[in-house]
Write a protein that binds this ligand. Structure first.
Ligand code: MN
Ligand code: MN
Length: 291
């Protein structure tokens, strides 16, 4: 890998890690989702990067894709199980990282959290150039099931390319039998999810995160294209650029020029944890950029 590109991936990873730790330090009972998302995204910008996507703050039975909307008054409560998922982007080179925390440190779900961080470490340990994809999933599944939980089967890790957060490969959280290999000089994210439920998520309501359907945007002067291009954006971000952004988003969705991401969730009684790192698989070394 070109050393200039490698440096940018490393910097994106470092800023992502620092931002994750910063967000974690802000979470406490009574804190507003809005404040934590806004402050963390500002932290990423202040450190010379851009958010790879809006900071996700999904709780309890939600696995991913909730970010607060403009004016959101939602607050964290003691016992909430929060997935902080975020990334930093430097010149299009991205990191993607997540951690799970219990609000008020109740310790009720520390095993569930631990199962995902241990699964991620086990998966990273077996990484090598040309590894079979199912081997990564096998490691994750073995650890999570040994704790008595279920890995989420319809969520997983992914390849990362420049300006492209979910490229090519899908890295399962279970042994899916995929014996394709991962090429060297590849950047990937691995993200074990563990659930107290069945381990299958479904789509909930929209989570205030949107993306442009690039080929369908007829007028590339649209304010969203100029500001966000192919990167997912938050309704909060658009609210700062125009009045009545909600009506604009509705219009763009009906015109099929913008899509919204639904919150990914299990049933009410399930609890979900996630841990995620970005990793470079180089011919001579494996580098976890967000650790
Ligand atoms: Mn992520
Ligand atoms: Mn990811």
């Amino acid at each position: 890998m070109d050393s200039d590109i490698k440096e940018k991936y490393l910097l994106a990873g470092k800023i992502g890690k620092d931002a994750r730790e910063y967000a974690q330090s802000l979470i406490e009972p009574g804190a507003l989702f809005y404040d934590i998302a806004e402050k963390t995204e500002q932290f990423i910008r202040d450190n010379g990067a851009m958010p790879s996507f809006p900071v996700n703050l999904s709780i309890n039975n939600e696995a991913a894709h909730y970010t607060p909307y403009e004016g959101d008054k939602k607050k964290f409560k003691t016992g909430d199980l929060v997935k902080i998922d975020l990334g930093a982007m430097v010149d299009g080179y991205m990191s993607d990282t997540a951690i799970t925390v219990e609000v008020g440190n109740t310790g009720k779900y520390s095993d569930l959290i631990e199962s995902t961080s241990e699964a991620l470490n086990a998966a990273i340990k077996v990484l090598r150039p040309l590894i079979n994809i199912y081997r990564i999933g096998e490691e994750i599944e073995n650890i999570i099931t040994s704790y008595g939980f279920n890995p989420i089967k319809n969520l997983g890790g992914h390849g990362i390319n420049r300006y492209d957060l979910h490229s090519e490969i899908f890295i399962p959280n279970y042994d899916d039998g995929n014996d394709e290999t991962i090429k060297t000089e590849k950047v990937i994210a691995i993200e074990p999810f563990a659930s107290t439920g069945i381990g299958m998520i479904h789509n909930g309501p929209l989570g205030n995160i949107y993306i442009i359907d690039a080929p369908k945007v007829k007028n590339q002067d649209e304010i969203i294209y100029k500001n966000f291009k192919t990167i997912p954006f938050a309704e909060r971000w658009l609210a700062k650029l125009m009045p009545d952004d909600q009506a604009y988003i509705k219009k763009m969705i009906s015109a099929r020029e913008v899509s919204g991401f639904p919150v990914l969730k299990e049933h009410n009684k399930s609890m979900i944890a996630q841990t995620e790192h970005t990793i470079m698989i180089l011919s001579d070394e494996i580098i976890v950029t967000t650790r």
